[in-house]
Design a protein around this ligand. Sequence first.
Ligand code: SF4
Length: 479
Amino acid sequence: MTTGYIDLQAQITKLTVPHSLFALSSSDKYHCPMDRDKPIQSVSFKTLGCKLNQSESDAIMAKFEENQFRVRPFGEEVDLTIINTCTVTNDADSKSRATIRRAIRNSPRGRVVVTGCYAQVKPEDIQTINGVDLILGNDEKYHIFDHLNKLQHGKLEEPLTIVNDEGEFTSVSEDGFISATSRTRVFLKIQEGCDYYCSYCIIPFARGKARSRPFTQTIDEARKLVDQGYREIVLTGINIGTYHTANGKQNLVDLLSALEQINGLDRVRVSSIEPNTVTDDLLHLVAGSKVICDHLHIPLQSANDDQLSAMNRKYRLEEYARLMARFRTILPTAALGTDVIVGFPGETEAHFEKTTAFIQAQPFTYLHIFRYSPREGTVAAKLDNPVQFHEIKRRSVVLHEVSQKLKFAYAEKFSGQTLKVLFDQFRDGLASGYTRNYLRVQVPATQNISQSILPVTLSRSDRGNLQGTLAGEIVREVV
Ligand code: SF4
């Protein structure tokens, strides 16, 4: 990454701090000097943006809970508010700023910490908001307890800003943090950052260069999670298909093969993966595995080469179509999601129709549709031929309808079959969970069966959500 994008040298206080994480005991509570008798005991979180941000916030929240802080809903008056921001669009920046101001209004005497991608990319914007105490870049968010010490003498005149502006974060630095809201499913981050520089995307600037978590450390962490009772591990990262060890000898397929061997691990789910990183080895591994979920999410964005080129994507339509043919052959019953951008500059009606037709001819089972909006600081923000907003909206509606049809048709295929479901919710006599191939299933239940994996005979689909009954034995399992 070029450091020219943000010149923060003059504005950012760089601190070297010991990273002795979580040395707090319950008697070590921070004290607010505005009210010396009142230790900082309550904390609230607000997260904007993607699933990765959410999983990172969950992980930090879990550590606060472990350290006897009371986690309160965002909006209540608390001693400390942590806002994990997003910067993926200009609109996300505005939302991040509005959320920070809201947090300051909610708790005028409380400390306010801002972290995440907006904090990483635009700390100077956040510094202008009165009432912010601490701004942490993405690489620093896991060291939050160290930095809180610096706030113990009261609210600061100027926010303390600690952002690594080199774009070269050294590691995936969340060791010891586990992101999970129950013992059912847990996110395990294996990779951080991205070197692809798609023209519309700010993430390489916000998350730094691609780097992978060490192999053995990742496997050890996965073992610990299994020992703690987690049933499913979801691998996360920004560009996980680029996962590789420092010597380049092991890649994502090797990591998955090793994870598969962990005794007691029921499921591993691979999240979004770039098409040019999906190999036949990966598809065959998924197809032959009883542990790795038969569910992939492979972003398409557009079915037009000129648009893919303007987006600086790493593949062209012919390559993507070949991948789809291989996917269909090797994983004929697997779930397959994709991302599509509507209204990228220069997208004509003919482009859109071609993308829609291509999608309908592929084995997709659902779509994530993104309406394009220019992101300041990206190459695409300077492109000519913007698409009118009403047209972007119309195209988005068309694709949402396509997505619904794909989802319903896929769910219907499994009606009458018996599949294993990992249950994660129980309410009003109904339990629900996901199959390995990402079908949401609901069954009547007399007790809470969350965390269990049980066979369910699927009956009917209600808008893509399947109803079913607990079955005595598995008649057929999707592999
Ligand atoms: S692959 Fe492209 S869209 Fe995805 S994070 Fe990297 S630059 Fe952004």
